[in-house]
Write a protein that binds this ligand. Sequence first.
Ligand code: ZN
Length: 209
Amino acid sequence: MMLPPPVYFFSNRMGRIILRAMEEILGQSEGNDVLSYACLPEYVNQYRFCNQDLKFPFEHLSRLQAGLVDVYGSRAGRGLGLRIGRASLKYVLQDFGHDLGLTDPAFRFLPLPARLKGGTEALADLFNRFTDQRVCLEMDRKQIYWHIERCPLCWQRKADRPCCTLAVGLIQEALGWVSGGKYYLVEEKNCVACGDSKCTIIIDRIPVS
Ligand SMILES: [Zn+2]
């Protein structure tokens, strides 16, 4: 007998961050169109409660991200996913910045490599603490490998190229923020939707500019 797939969740508050960022980028009306298209009518004109209950299913996140590509096409949908991921950062900082120590003035005065490492670790910790998503980091001299085990964004999806754009956008924006405006190359190399065992996002530790 086939067992049903396990069910994993984001906290309501983390899901709400994505919904707010989507509304910011698309506007309410187009945001609602994507939600309707993705068969998520429960979020139309309505955010989740702002609490830490683990009740925002992974499947809803993956439908939302796939909805962007379905409604706008592959290229524009991916671009929007990146932008929504980037826009999520300020809501993350509003809701969790203090908890993560990122808004602490002492953090802002650390040398850049320490801020990059500390910022990436704090962001990974956010997912590990408040969602069922598991992020594990690996670092070498040149790169940081952001491994997502149990990725909600491509949950039960198939894709011909890595598709977890919301995560890439959020990481990019977070690194820009911790570095005071530098731009780091961030790219998803492996993705469960492409048949890989986990989603791996690679961050260059040397900024482009
Ligand atoms: Zn993924």
